[in-house]
Design a protein around this ligand. Structure first.
Ligand code: ADP
Length: 490
């Protein structure tokens, strides 16, 4: 918008006409005072200012405008009578935004000057806008940077206070900060603690996590500098994304050596205890069986019932001891499977039969549904039967008010799946991820039902050895579906 200031309405009118014809928007003021007021309220790209006006003349108006921040950069074209006033105008103005036109006004010259000043104004405005944007950007960056360094400082103070080894790395995994504890295991900041030769793969694991931006959690043995003894540590390294600065990594190594020692002692005890229990138990089982056979004509005698109970209970004890032995084998990497071509239908049938046998005291119906296994499958028959029997006995045990269980199977291109479905108590959603963990038992159920919480853990290991996977779907009060898959050999 262009402001035309002249005390004569006819002058304003003719200038407005000339400019509007060329597409400029105009505004007008009939005195210097009015012009000042308007300039304080509106933004003008250019002012055409008559010098000779009653009251405040053009010269005074221009000087006032040049002293106000909001208006000091508006270019001004003076309209002056020839020469005499020219000296005044040029004097004292060095802003470059000033020009003059002599009266009577030549419209071509006026338009030329207006166009030049208008373009100048637009360019200046654009520059100022860009400057403002840049200034804001710089301000924001500075603020973000200072917040970041505050946070890093805070993090470092926290890390110094930790009893664990703590460190941070850049996005490439180069260590750039370590806390005091680090030096118990490494001579300086740029060296990693020495790993046990069997744990060296952790470096490779971490490289992979670095590329995938995934956290790492591993148990490793670190060599303590003073004692030259390896101590178990739990290493956790997590990525922290810091906006434009990319990803950094924060690592913590917690000493778990004492816990590992206790775990080892417990495993050793379980291993010895289960081995020691095994021999007398086998004798009890054998002798109760001999006794029952010897009493085959006395089945109605009270003693026969007692010995039968001894046999039932020793069977249960035997399966517990067997689980403990399996666990101790697993701990030592010794739970191996003996793969051979097997008839899965036969195995399913046997597992169903033995479940029915051991639950003769209650009504029970096990239904077989789904795809039948026509072709032999590569598997360890005893171990697969163990898994199925475990699923089935759980399906019976954890469904005290139901008498029906289903064994359902499906076969697809690469895998076969066997499911055991029950209508039992079900498992709370939040507990499902843990049911295959060692010694895990759902708390509500553990008070009502006997068990050690080992069976499913062993099942998972057996199926993993076969290259398959275990899983469960369940709803509290509605029942559970425990399943496992096995790869189909070609
Ligand atoms: P155990 O039965 O000896 O406790 P398992 O390892 O076989 O040990 O099972 C672990 C836990 O999973 C059980 O304690 C029980 O809480 C839950 N669970 C297993 N099977 C079922 C099932 N069919 N229905 C409900 N809960 C189950």
């Amino acid at each position: 918008m262009i402001l035309i200031v002249d005390d004569k309405q006819e002058n304003i009118f003719s200038l407005e006409k000339t400019l509007q014809l060329k597409g400029f928007h105009t505004d007008s003021a009939l005195s210097g005072e009015e012009a000042l007021k308007k300039c304080l309220k509106k933004d003008y790209a250019l002012i055409i200012l008559d010098v000779q006006m009653p009251g405040m003349d053009g010269y005074e108006v221009a000087e006032t405008l040049s002293g106000i921040k909001r208006t000091k950069d508006i270019p001004i074209i003076f309209l002056s009578a020839v020469n005499r006033e020219k000296q005044y105008i040029t004097k004292g103005y060095e802003s470059g935004g000033i020009d003059y036109i002599t009266k009577p006004v030549d419209p071509d010259i006026l338009l030329l000057k207006v166009k030049t000043f208008y373009r100048l104004y637009e360019q200046t405005s654009e520059l100022q806008r860009m400057q403002e944007v840049l200034r804001t950007e710089i301000r924001h960056r500075k603020q973000a940077q200072s917040e970041l360094s505050d946070k890093l400082e805070e993090l470092k103070v926290t890390m110094e206070a930790l009893p664990q080894l703590a460190f941070t790395t850049d996005s490439e995994g180069e260590v750039d900060y370590v806390n005091e504890q680090w030096f118990r295991y490494a001579p300086d900041k740029s060296s990693w603690p020495t790993l046990h030769p069997q744990d060296l793969h952790v470096f490779e694991d971490w490289k992979l996590q670095l590329e995938n931006l995934q956290p790492l959690e591993k148990e490793v043995r670190l060599l303590e500098c003073n004692s030259q003894i390896y101590r178990y540590h739990l290493v956790k390294i997590v990525p922290v994304t810091l906006g434009a600065d990319g990803t950094r990594w924060v690592g913590i190594m917690t000493d778990i050596d004492e816990r590992k020692l206790l775990e080892k002692k417990k495993d050793e005890f379980l291993s010895v205890a289960s081995h020691e229990l095994k021999t007398p138990l086998t004798s009890i089982k054998a002798f109760s069986e001999i006794a029952l056979r010897a009493m085959k004509d006395l089945t109605t005698h009270k003693a026969y019932g007692y010995v039968s109970k001894v046999q039932d209970q020793s069977e249960k004890l035997n399966s517990l001891v067997q689980d403990l032995l399996d666990i101790s084998r697993m701990e030592n990497g010794g739970l191996k499977v003996n793969m051979q071509e097997v008839d899965l239908e036969e195995i399913i049938h046997q597992a169903m039969e033995s479940t029915l046998m051991t639950n003769q005291h209650r009504p029970l119906h096990i239904e077989r549904t789904g795809d039948a296994f026509a072709k032999p499958v590569l598997a360890d028959p005893l171990r697969i039967e163990q898994v199925l029997s475990n699923y089935l006995s759980n399906a019976v045990k954890y469904a005290p008010d139901s008498d029906s269980v289903i064994v359902h199977s499906t076969v697809d291109e690469n895998f076969l799946t066997i499911e055991v479905r029950d209508n039992g108590i079900g498992i709370p959603q939040q507990k499902i991820p843990y049911v295959f963990d060692k010694f895990f038992r759902v708390q509500d159920a553990s008070a009502r039902f006997q068990g050690l919480g080992l069976g499913l853990h062993i099942c998972k290991e057996i199926i993993a050895q076969h290259g398959g996977a275990c899983g469960v779907e369940s709803k509290v009060g509605q029942g559970s579906v425990f399943y496992f898959t096995l790869p189909i050999s070609r």
